[in-house]
Write a protein that binds this ligand. Structure first.
Ligand code: SF4
Ligand code: SF4
Length: 174
């Protein structure tokens, strides 16, 4: 190895070190938003509305689920998280119609990719930011969305909780 390449290597090393340190110092002085969870879960916790916590089923003004059991979401899901059971019924006009019997969603398998929501043409499902889903029983993560009366785990959570304040340590308040 020549002296030139030896010192050239040292110069390159110092240059990359300086580049890295520049980013480190920049981030060090950038204001942060820190959530002291769970201490602040009922006080100053902020959770972005668009955070994908779990899937829920939407209902119309009469309280009926909007799902038509078309199975597009089930077919789109890459890992079989959704299982739809349906039956054919005859409506008042004598026409045959598919009716949802069960909408099974395994939260433990979900990758939160949102492909199912994007595939639905009826606006029947959506993600909420409700993220407190941990449990000791894996079976408890198997949900039947059409049967549940969904309530968020924390008040005001679905609206994002407390306002996000950049540069503030969001900790417990009395
Ligand atoms: S978010 Fe993705 S993984 Fe989860 S149910 Fe929808 S398509 Fe399947
Ligand atoms: S949620 Fe939407 S895509 Fe899935 S079965 Fe129901 S209507 Fe079809």
């Amino acid at each position: 190895m020549s002296n030139k390449s030896y010192f050239g290597g040292i110069a390159d090393g110092l240059k990359t070190l300086a580049t890295g340190m520049k980013i480190t110092w920049k981030e060090y002085f950038t204001p942060k938003s820190t959530e002291q969870y769970p201490e602040n879960r009922k006080t100053t916790l902020h959770v972005a509305k668009r955070h994908r916590g779990r899937l829920v089923m939407l209902r119309d003004e009469n309280g009926a689920v909007k799902c038509t059991a078309c199975t597009l979401c089930e077919k789109t899901c890459p890992n079989g998280t959704i299982k739809i059971t349906s039956q054919m019924v005859t409506n008042e006009e004598g026409k045959k119609k598919r009716q949802l019997v069960d909408y099974r969603y395994d939260l433990g398998d979900c990758m939160f990719c949102q492909l199912c929501v994007n595939a639905c043409n009826f606006g029947a499902i959506e993600f909420t930011n409700d993220f407190e889903n941990s449990t000791f029983d894996r079976d408890a993560l198997v949900l039947h969305l059409d049967k549940e009366e969904y309530k968020s785990s924390l008040p005001n959570l679905l609206e994002g909780g407390a306002p996000l304040t950049i540069g503030k340590f969001n900790t417990k308040t009395k």
